[in-house]
Ligand binder design. Structure first.
Ligand SMILES: Nc1ncnc2c1ncn2[C@@H]1O[C@H](COP(=O)(O)OP(=O)(O)OP(=O)(O)O)[C@@H](O)[C@H]1O
Ligand SMILES: [Mg+2]
Length: 362
């Protein structure tokens, strides 16, 4: 059977849909090359969102849609555009998109979501960093399994090399102070420390820098909004009504400072009994969906309240790497692709950064 033409492949991409991606393939993938291979054709696609986990589903979809693509192997090459940024905010060197993971309230699972989201984006093929912006109560050192006495290498007396953990470039206040250093800084000092960590870390060509925010809507959040080129925010909430009220505060704060809210993650949505597997809505059902609808933002996904999430993440091997082919990792990877998709859509709506080049005839 002869191979399909480039035009036929592009047409199939435009209409083909696969489970796990809320868009026709053509919105995020374009043709690069088709080569005959030993076991079948090899199709290289360029993608604007990381979605390595969908490669075989895409191959099945395309081989069903197009004669000549039976047994195709799909290879995805992610090219993630750098995010739009607010006027007057200086871009971070070598960081494409800064994504803040926040909530109005403490203890809803921001840090857990941030680290698993970062790992899920990396598993899908993105180049990802994680910055722990919780100056007073950093969690990421523990969640990433970094030894308490490990410190980042200093370059030229003022730059930090990020510490690599599970493939992520990471930085946290936890790396810079010991457990006995008192956290007596007031707001402005804490904001300054955050900016320093952001700007003095030698991030190496990141598509995404996930920022694990401290609870609340105070100074740190404002600094981040005003001084850092944040492309979008992910809001974490639990289904209780009170947490939802706090979630509203979080969404409104980002709206006020003109940072787009990429969506809401509902955490601890359902309790799965570890003995019998029974699912129970401890805090009521559908809260994340309601708030997402009320604010016109997407629900990015819902995580169960599951002891494995706590044990694995607090134990230094977050669920996405502890059980990479498990059901929970699959939810985080869905959330990661959805977050990346909404970010990519924003970049189409608002022009990406970079000089505008215009041509004239005179
Ligand atoms: N879906 C879940 N299932 C089970 N345990 C969870 C889940 N999400 C988070 N946890 C656990 O709940 C605790 C609080 O989570 P986490 O530290 O991520 O919250 P946080 O919002 O970052 O808190 P803070 O506001 O203090 O920064 C942790 O022990 C974490 O392992
Ligand atoms: Mg936290």
């Amino acid at each position: 059977m002869s191979q399909p033409s480039t035009a036929a492949i592009s047409a199939a991409l435009a209409t083909c849909r696969v489970a796990g991606l809320d868009a026709p393939l053509g919105e995020v993938a374009s043709f690069l090359e088709l080569q005959p291979g030993a076991t079948g054709p090899r199709l290289r696609l360029r993608s604007t969102v990381p979605m390595a986990g969908l490669a075989s589903a895409i191959a099945s979809g395309l081989s069903a849609a197009l004669p000549g693509l039976e047994g195709v192997v799909v290879e995805l090459e992610p090219h993630i555009a750098a995010g739009a940024r607010k006027q007057g905010v200086e871009a971070l060197d070598r960081v494409g998109n800064v994504i803040a993971v926040a909530s109005g309230k403490g203890g809803v699972g921001k840090s857990t979501t941030a680290v698993n989201l970062a790992l899920a984006l990396a598993a899908e093929g993105g180049r990802v960093g994680l910055l722990d912006a919780d100056i007073y109560g950093p969690s990421q050192q523990l969640m990433l399994g970094i030894a308490g006495d490990r410190q980042p290498t200093v370059r030229d007396g003022k730059f930090f090399e990020p510490i690599m953990a599970h493939g992520l470039q990471t930085m946290s206040m936890g790396y810079l102070v010991t457990a006995n250093t008192p956290m007596v800084w007031r707001g402005p000092m804490a904001s300054g420390a955050l900016q320093q960590m952001l700007q003095q870390t030698l991030w190496h060509d990141l598509d995404y820098l996930i920022v694990d925010m401290p609870p609340g809507t105070g100074d740190i959040q404002l600094t981040l909004a005003q001084k850092v080129p944040v492309s979008g925010a992910v809001i974490v909430t639990t289904p209780q009504d009170i947490a939802l009220l706090d979630c509203r505060k979080g969404i409104e704060m980002f709206r006020k400072v003109e940072i787009p809210v990429l969506g809401v993650v509902e955490n601890m949505a359902v309790h799965i009994c570890s003995a019998c597997g029974h699912a129970e809505h401890l805090f009521g059902a559908g809260g994340g969906e309601r708030i997402a609808q009320a604010y016109g933002v997407p629900l990015l996904g819902a995580l169960p309240l599951d002891i494995r999430i706590r044990e694995q993440t607090d134990g230094g091997t977050p669920t996405v790497v502890a059980e990479p082919s498990g059901a929970i990792a699959a939810i985080y990877r869905d959330i990661a692709r959805r977050t990346a998709l909404h970010l990519a859509r924003l970049q189409i709506a608002a022009p990406a950064r970079g000089p505008v080049i215009s041509f004239s005839n005179d």
